[in-house]
Design a binder for this molecule. Sequence first.
Ligand code: ZN
Length: 203
Amino acid sequence: MKLICIGRNYTDHINELANEKPEAPVVFIKPDSAILPKEQDFYIPEFTQEVHYEVEVLVKIKKVGKHIHEKFAHTYYDEIGLGIDFTARDLQAQLKEKGLPWEKAKGFDGAAVIGNWQAKSDYTDVDDLNFSLLKNGQVVQNGTTSMMLWKIDELVSYVSQFFTLKKGDVIFTGTPAGVGKIQANDYLSGILEGNELFNLKIK
Ligand code: ZN
C-alpha cells in the first residue's frame, strides 16, 4: 500500500510557511515503511534537529480506481481517520532550496502516524469535520475540512489521474496552521469530532 500526501491544502498553513498558493494540489508519497506501528513511541531521528507535527485528516481507499470522476469519488472510501505527517523541517528546507525531492524529510521510518479508523457514515459531512492536535494537553492545531482548498472528493479524483488507487491506500489531506516542533517527552493526541483517534509519546 501507499501513502499519498497532499501539501498546501489550507491557506493559513501556506501563509505560515511563506509558500506560494499552488495551482494544483501538491502531491508526494511516503513509503509504507514510514508508518509508525500502533502503540509505539516516536523516536526523533538523528539526522534532524527539527521535526514538526502536521495533523491531517486521512482517507482510506476501499477499492481499485483510476481516473475517478469527482462525482463517484465518495464511493471509493468509507473510512475516515486522523494522523500526523511528521516532517524533518530543517532537512526539507535544505532539499526545497536545492529543488530536490522531499522524501528523506517526510518518508523516514515513523513519519506517518495513522490513528484509529472511523466509519464515514458516522459523520454527516466529510467536508465539515473539526479536528485538532494536542501537545501536552494544549491545543496546538485546530482545523476543519471545510477550510480545505481541495475537498476530499476532489483530491481522490485528482490523485487517481496519476496513481492507480488501491484498496488500503491512505490519503493524507494536508495540514492547517499551527505546525510546530516536537521535543523528547512531548505527548501528542489527535481529536476528530470529539473522538481521540491517536496518542503517542515522543522520545
Ligand atoms: Zn503534511
